[in-house]
Design a protein. Structure first.
Length: 163
């Protein structure tokens, strides 16, 4: 492969966005991460990535204040994101992540994000959740469980890794 080869030109990555992406896009507390997120979202608008969310996004934003919920919907709306429904297969896979202690039971929605992305054969999950998702231990465990359960491995990374 010649130097300077741009992998993004060969295939648009099916990119699953968890709720943290939109939270960081509207945040005034994390200026540097917000700038990275907005650059990543701009790359999506340019067609570099094929973005998806899931029903879990809508479930999570319902817990936000009305002002924050409106801001999250407003920032996500222009992307015409396809929402992937939660399936029994994804529920079972999420349960396995929790059972194997990859994701704590208290944070089952994180397991659901990963499971939905895996079941729908996404290439990458993009998140700012470094506590439970974007970390080597989680990637390795998800890879192992996905392989055992008949799903392909999936990358889990921050927007900074993609811009």
């Amino acid at each position: 492969m010649p130097l300077g080869y741009n992998l993004r030109m060969t295939k648009r990555l099916k990119t699953y966005l968890d709720t943290s992406i939109f939270n960081f896009a509207i945040s005034t507390q994390v200026v540097h991460e917000r700038q990275i997120t907005l650059k990543f979202l701009h790359d999506i608008k340019r067609g570099i990535f094929l973005p998806f969310i899931s029903d879990i996004f809508f479930e999570e934003i319902q817990k936000a204040s009305p002002e924050k919920r409106d801001a999250l919907v407003k920032i996500a709306a222009p992307f015409d994101l396809e929402s992937l429904p939660l399936t029994e297969e994804a529920e079972a896979l999420a349960d396995r992540y929790v059972q194997e202690m990859v994701i704590p039971k208290k944070y089952r929605n994180d397991a659901l994000h990963i499971a939905i992305a895996s079941v729908y054969n996404m290439d990458v999950i993009v998140s700012w959740n470094f506590e439970h998702m974007v970390k080597l231990k989680t990637r390795r465990a998800v890879h192992a469980i996905n392989t055992l359960m008949g799903f392909k491995p999936i990358d889990i990374c921050s927007p900074q890794e993609l811009i």
